[in-house]
Design a protein around this ligand. Structure first.
Ligand code: ADP
Ligand code: MG
Length: 451
């Protein structure tokens, strides 16, 4: 009876190994580790508590006075239980402190993750609200970003982006022929660097000798991620010697080096964009600055010209960030002129965010039909409309957005040009027009030089 009383004293005995004999294994396994430990200790209490009645019974007290024996064993059992409980409470307390510390640490991590998630949702919401990635490019640039050395005071190399957020207006035609014309007018040791940043690689096709380009683009020995314009948007800036390996010569001018575009540029740009959207402080807009605004480039080139794609890609944003000026070619058609408004709007946005300080060099009317030095109908009227629009944009964007006096004709012989051949090098009238365009560009560019 005394033993039974002692057993009752500690209900946690249910969890001890003793009742495992009688409690179903599955129930026992549901009990916590604490319960098991506690049960083991309770077993200790039981044994000690049980010892008393055994001693008492040995001395015969139990027989004489079983009530006293039961009370004594109850007191001893309670005391032992109390001692073990205190010991266990202390242990639990220290465990509780440890667990609280761990919980605090994890809560902190959870808060950090939550704020990361909120930031990510914010990014996605702003992209969704704008229905384009453009707004994302317009985030304010951090102060720690590299800046361009001052044109005129710190360098003479001029950086120009040729862009319009519309395809087929003559960006590649203007880039390749203007570069060739500028190279023609340079001193004997001056050079032009042409950078193809449209994954379609049209510029590369048009200016690099077809065999050299094909060998380069199909050779298994060429790592296209390292040796084409894809390399320029990668995180690590170019190391000494890397740049030289990327250059191919222009077929029509010994003064032009070309960095070709490979179709992998599109995928690489998308990956960088995903990283920029999902990782805080992952900046992809200023990758060209360390690689192209450096002493080696300044020493070798007078002009660096970017042939941009018709979209605000990572490469396009980088080109604008690295440029002093931009040229917008357009056809004399309403939809091409509308696209200029869109292009200017985006450039203004990213200028406000300190992503670029590039200024408008002007709008170039391309594929114009002339006869006897005069516009054929309806080109004359549309050219005047373009000028009026340019004046309106100048007022809206508080910039001098002018139209080039020199327009570029629609050359009938354009279709006869082979890969690597520029109009400048093979069509007499084209050479004259692009020479004049180059002179006007130099004049306009000189306004940006600060001494
Ligand atoms: N002045 C021009 N005369 C004749 N064809 C032209 C002229 N400018 C561009 N093209 C033709 O128009 C097409 C698109 O020109 P391109 O320079 O590749 O435009 P973009 O780079 O803006 O997409 C090409 O097939 C090109 O040969
Ligand atoms: Mg193009």
């Amino acid at each position: 009876m005394v033993i039974l009383l002692t057993i009752k004293m500690d209900s946690s005995l249910l969890a001890c190994r003793l009742p495992k004999w009688i409690v179903h294994q599955r129930q026992v396994s549901l009990l916590s580790r604490f319960g098991e430990e506690q049960g083991l200790r309770s077993l200790g209490a039981l044994l000690l508590g049980g010892l008393a009645p055994i001693v008492l019974s040995v001395v015969g007290i139990m027989d004489k006075n079983p009530v006293v024996a039961a009370l004594v064993s109850l007191v001893i059992g309670c005391f032992m239980g109390w001692v073990l409980m205190r010991w266990r409470t202390k242990e639990l307390h220290s465990q509780l402190v440890e667990t609280s510390d761990e919980l605090a640490k994890r809560t902190k991590r959870l808060d950090a993750m939550q704020s990361e998630l909120d930031w990510l949702h914010g990014n996605i919401a702003s992209i969704e609200a704008d229905k384009s990635i453009g707004k994302f490019w317009c985030r304010k640039a951090g102060e720690a970003q590299p800046s361009k050395p001052q044109l005129g005071r710190d360098r003479t190399t001029r950086f120009i982006s040729v862009l319009n957020l519309k395809g087929g207006v003559g960006k590649t035609t203007i880039s390749s022929n203007l570069a060739t014309a500028l190279a023609d007018q340079l001193g004997f040791d001056e050079r032009v660097l042409l950078v193809d940043i449209d994954f379609q690689g049209t510029l590369s096709n048009r200016v690099v000798d077809v065999t050299k380009r094909t060998d380069f683009l199909t050779s298994p020995l060429v790592d296209h991620d390292l040796l084409t314009s894809t390399r320029l948007i990668q995180k690590e800036p170019l190391a000494a010697g890397d740049f030289q390996k990327m250059l191919l010569p222009s077929a029509d001018s010994s003064k032009i080096d070309v960095i070709c575009a490979h179709e992998r540029l599109d995928q690489a740009g998308t990956l960088e964009l995903i990283r920029a959207v999902t990782k805080r402080d992952y900046e992809v807009r200023f990758r060209y600055l360390p690689s192209l605004h450096c002493g080696d480039i300044y020493a070798k080139y007078s002009y660096v010209i970017f042939d941009c794609p018709p979209r605000l890609t990572v490469s396009c944003i980088n080109a604008l960030a690295a440029s002093d000026g931009y040229l917008i070619p357009t056809k004399l058609q309403d939809d091409s002129i509308d696209a200029i408004g869109r292009t200017l709007k985006w450039i203004t946005e990213i200028t406000k965010s300190n992503v670029t300080s590039a200024q408008p060099l002007g709008l170039i009317a391309n594929e114009v039909r002339m006869f006897g030095g005069k516009f054929m109908k309806p080109y004359g009227n549309t050219y005047e409309t373009l000028k009026d629009q340019a004046a309106a944009w100048s007022a809206t964007y508080e910039q001098d957005i002018a139209v080039f006096d020199r327009t570029i004709s629609l050359f009938k012989d354009f279709g006869t040009l082979e890969g690597g051949q520029t109009a400048y090098g093979h069509i007499k009238e084209a050479k004259d027009e692009f020479d004049q365009l180059a002179q006007e560009t130099i004049k306009r560019m000189n306004r940006f030089v600060k001494l």
